[in-house]
Design a protein around this ligand. Structure first.
Ligand code: CA
Length: 517
């Protein structure tokens, strides 16, 4: 155990020389009366990952972390205090009208040549990191039947086709009882369509439909074409069964076996690292997220981009307060304007529900030392590294270029994961401070802990411990390279992540901002 006892050496992390608060590193926190090596003496007991101020902060004075103002003191805060949420007034969100657009674009990094992984090439040019039989659905009415069939496929058919990794039902709650022509209905519809095209499903999925539902199979299978093509060999409609449930199961099993035979013939081949499409997100964050795990992801992201890959970051409510740091990094003014467009759409979406981005932080985030969404955002965007931002995707849109992409999604773990799968991600990385067993069925999920204590408590759920950065046992650069190599090994199937090992899968959770009927 490499935990740091507070009795030995009280430790803190200062992130930016402009900061007037530091974060306590010791696993048990530090008691009142602790003297740090910079002479600051704590006047409160301060838990791990919480903030202590280095100077007296007057009422109304800024509290600064990451070199940015995360709040204003509601009353004078004497030096050495535990600086927590109830002492702070949150700043207003930055205005979207006067942002720096593409004003500070980072240069391209030196190309990284020669890195590869073993993947499955698809007919559409994408590459899968897994070889999965996907069975998509147009409507929730078919879920029970399909789950029954999938259980039998997994038990009876899958063992006969050892080159196929899994069978996954893409079940969801959309498809009928919805206002299908409402303004925002394109989001769930294109998400269902693009999920079926995920590279890990071999570029095509079976489609199971009921028959009478609003979302017709044609809309799922072909963009902009609602007419159902009954001759499509990969489509089955339950209402076409003339002999009840058992015929439905037999039909689905037969289709699945035809497809399994095809998938089983596929073999991994060596492909350049540029074929990786990595989706990044965080969940159950704490004040260490922005110090350890997210900077390590940022470093690895810069490496992947130098190798020509596609890297996506997301979570609108967790970038909103730091948007001025992203619009300036956009490769072109158009990309910057697309970022602003997505922020503006989300502001209006939240306003409809009389909410704003402050609804994001959870009790666990606060317990983990994150006072508000401003502090959380500044730690969240560190995942995006230091490269130029090359593109923006709307929710459910499919990525069609390489580079660093902002994929606009809610921050909700399952919704973000689902939308990144629809965007075409073939590998997912997830940082967590509080801990979550989150996993996805369609892509491997690499779990990175922000603290060593969590990695020790959950050794069979956490793949990489970034807490080593806080305790000085590894640098951000070390962890960045470790992640980079781990990504390639997992992509190649040489390593399995823990959630894959145990098949821990969250449901596909569609983002549907449109009305249901
Ligand atoms: Ca999240």
């Amino acid at each position: 155990m490499d935990l740091i006892q507070h009795a030995d050496s009280p430790r803190y992390i200062l992130l930016n020389e402009l900061d007037n608060v530091v974060v306590v590193v010791n696993d048990q926190g530090v008691p009142a009366g602790t003297e740090f090596d910079n002479g600051v003496v704590t006047i409160d007991n301060v838990p791990q990952s919480h903030k202590v101020n280095l100077v007296d902060i007057p009422e109304g004075g800024p509290v600064i972390r990451y070199g940015q103002t995360i709040g204003y003191a509601l009353r004078p805060i004497p030096r050495g205090s535990w600086v927590k949420e109830d002492l702070l007034r949150m700043p207003t969100a930055p205005s979207l009208d006067s942002l720096p657009l593409s004003t500070d674009v980072p240069g391209k990094g030196e190309p990284l040549e020669g890195f590869t992984f073993e993947g499955y090439r698809n007919a559409d040019g994408t590459v899968g990191t897994r070889n999965i039989l996907g069975i998509t659905t147009t409507v929730q009415c078919v879920t029970g039947v399909l789950d029954f069939a999938v259980k039998r496929i997994r038990e009876e058919l899958l063992p006969k086709y050892p080159n196929v990794d899994d069978v996954v039902a893409l079940t969801h709650s959309y498809g009928c009882g919805v206002a299908i022509t409402a303004t925002d209905a394109y989001i769930p519809i294109r998400t269902v369509r693009n999920l079926a095209r995920n590279p890990n499903l071999g570029g095509e999925a079976l489609v199971i439909s009921l028959g009478c539902e609003k979302l017709q199979a044609g809309q799922v299978m072909h963009e902009g074409d609602a007419s159902v093509d009954l001759s499509d060999p990969w489509l089955y409609r339950l209402q076409d069964s003339s002999h009840g449930f058992h015929e439905m199961i037999e039909q689905i099993m037969e289709l699945a076996e035809t497809r399994l035979k095809k998938l089983d013939l596929r073999r991994r081949e060596t492909v350049p690292a540029s074929e990786l499409i990595l989706g990044m997100q965080c969940g159950g964050s704490d004040a260490f997220s922005g110090i350890t795990a997210n900077p390590a992801l940022g470093y690895a992201s810069d490496l992947l981009l130098r190798a020509g890959a596609t890297v996506m970051f997301s979570e609108v409510t967790e970038v909103r307060d730091a948007i001025y740091l992203l619009t300036s990094r956009a490769e072109t003014k158009t990309v910057a304007e697309e970022l602003v467009r997505e922020m503006d759409w989300y502001d209006r979406y939240l306003a409809k529900g009389e909410a704003d981005r402050s609804a994001n932080t959870t009790p666990g985030n606060k317990k983990g030392g994150l006072s508000n969404i401003v502090e959380k955002s500044l730690g969240s965007i560190v995942k995006s590294g230091s490269s130029a931002i090359n593109g923006v995707l709307g929710p459910g849109e499919r990525v069609n270029r390489k580079g660093l992409i902002f994929c606009a999604t809610p921050a909700s773990d399952f919704v973000c994961g689902t939308l990144q799968l629809a965007a075409g991600m073939n590998l997912h990385v997830f940082t967590t401070g509080r801990g979550t067993p989150y996993g996805l069925a369609m892509a491997p999920v690499v779990k990175v802990s922000t603290r060593t204590e969590l990695a020790h408590r959950w050794p069979d759920l956490i793949d990489i411990d970034a807490g080593r950065i806080a305790t000085g046992r590894a640098s951000i650069e070390d962890l960045g390279w470790e992640l980079f190599h781990f990504y390639l090994d997992v992509a190649s199937g040489k390593k399995k992540t823990w959630t894959e090992h145990y098949r821990l899968h969250n449901d596909i959770t569609l983002f549907n901002p449109a009305p249901i009927t």
